[in-house]
Design a protein around this ligand. Structure first.
Ligand SMILES: Cc1ncc(COP(=O)(O)O)c(C=O)c1O
Length: 433
């Protein structure tokens, strides 16, 4: 691993930046701590110890009885995030201030940039990953006949922006099926590239099987061929270790409300510095410009701020900053190790059961902590209902790519007992006639 990357991941593990809005939570339960207190309590345990993760779990109002395995759909937020949003909302309503303060905005962007390893000027704050993908698709200058290459395992939010462009502008969307390994995926992708390919748009972690696609190698190849690289990281940031600088892609899109545990309706778009000027946003307004008047027209903002427009929900973005700080206090490296252990435990127990097909990659470096299986003896909807009613587990079915699978996401609030319950449930279902 290059030393710059090591340094970045080290920072993720130990960073301790405090938001001015987080010193005293508005809602205090016996278990909800301010970030500093939370961190000092955490440091009394080792991340290899269950007590460390119990303390993390206690920071979430998320109901205890039901095991929540759908972070890939929507993550739960800890008290620290919820309280940061509420506090900022109260402050806002007291003064009825609609504008966003530069200081607050810069604070959010600095935290987000630190977390995904880029410059604040390369970050656009949005409402969701789908919005980011739409900005990407509609801001790159594509002509009729230009090809966009993507995979058959994209989420609707990553696929439709390109298909919409096919309808409106006559570009051509082509697909390839991801392979079982990074090498196979790369080979298949290269074979699908033609002289008309202008964009390669792939998920970093697929929503179907949680497979980690070789985003860095794909971006390297795209750069050499003068092709735009667009990475949909909705299932990656907060799940695996992500450094957009190391990946070297032109564009990276993600959600704040999944693995990052941020407020709902938050998203992050990264656009590489030297690509920003080539992109012309479709939707613009306040904040998109550096200067405008009716004589000279508009000079777009030189940074990724050009993709921001109009009034924002600032409390949500302050909450996103708090979510970054919460994950940093735990340490992304510890989170990755812990959730990989839970994933390995699940995979090893179910992969040889009769009737169980493991659709996700079996091990690192291709597997994330989102795992999909299929049963030969039971429909995925029936399996989902069975696990919900008999074991009180929240899972997600995967109709995408014709998989008809069942997906579980394993995050900081999950524990070994819940994974045992899941294993028992799948074992029982796999023997049903
Ligand atoms: C890979 C991928 N991209 C995009 C999205 C859409 O995310 P959002 O709801 O933030 O727009 C999802 C949601 O599950 C996803 O899995």
């Amino acid at each position: 691993m290059p030393s710059s990357r090591r340094k970045f991941f080290k920072i993720l593990g130990i960073s301790a930046v405090t938001s001015p809005f987080l010193s005293l939570p508005a809602v205090r339960t016996s278990r909800a701590y301010a970030l500093d207190e939370f961190e000092s309590n955490l440091r009394q345990h080792n991340p290899g110890d269950e007590r460390f993760w119990k303390l993390v779990r206690d920071q979430f109002p998320l109901t205890k009885d039901r095991a929540f395995f759908n972070t890939g759909g929507l993550g739960a937020s800890p008290y620290q995030v919820i309280n940061a949003v509420k506090k900022r909302m109260d402050e806002l309503e007291e003064v009825s201030e609609v504008g966003r303060s530069t200081q607050v905005w810069n604070g959010v962007k600095a935290a987000v940039a630190r977390f995904i390893d880029c410059e604040p000027g390369e970050v656009t704050l949005t409402g969701c990953c789908t919005e980011c993908m739409n900005i990407a698709a509609n801001s790159i200058a594509l002509q009729p006949g230009d090809e966009v290459l993507t995979t058959t395992h994209e989420h609707v939010g990553g696929a439709l922006p390109w298909l919409g462009l096919q309808k409106r502008r006559g570009i051509v969307v082509k697909t390839f099926e991801p392979g079982h390994t990074a090498g196979e995926t790369l080979d298949r992708m290269k074979r699908a590239v033609t002289e008309k390919t202008r964009v390669i748009s792939v998920s970093h972690v697929t929503c179907t099987t949680g497979a980690i696609l070789p985003a860095k190698e794909i971006s390297d190849y795209a750069r050499q061929q003068n092709i735009w690289s667009v990475i949909d990281g909705a299932q990656a940031v907060g799940n695996i270790l992500v450094s957009v600088s190391d990946i070297g892609c032109d564009i990276y899109a993600t959600s704040g409300h999944k693995w990052m545990l941020g407020p709902k309706r938050t998203g992050i778009l990264f656009v590489k510095k030297d690509r920003i000027d080539e992109m012309l946003p479709v939707t613009i307004g306040a904040y998109s410009d550096e200067y405008w008047d009716f004589n000279e027209g508009v000079i777009l903002h030189p940074t990724a701020q050009r993709f921001e427009y109009g009034t924002y929900n600032v409390p949500l973005m302050v909450g996103l900053q708090s979510a970054v700080e919460f994950l940093e206090r735990i340490g992304m490296a510890s989170i990755y190790t812990y959730t990989q252990q839970l994933a390995a435990m699940y995979i090893s127990e179910i992969k040889n059961l009769p009737n169980v097909e493991l659709l996700s990659p079996a091990r690192e470096p291709d597997v994330s902590s989102m795992i999909t299986i299929r049963l030969k003896n039971m429909e995925n909807t029936a399996l989902q209902s069975f696990l919900a009613s008999e074991y009180n587990l929240r899972t997600r079915i995967v109709p995408e790519a014709g998989l008809d699978g069942l997906r579980v996401s394993l995050h900081v609030y999950n524990n070994r007992e819940e994974v045992h319950r899941l294993i028992n449930g799948v074992r029982k279902a796999s023997t049903k006639l």
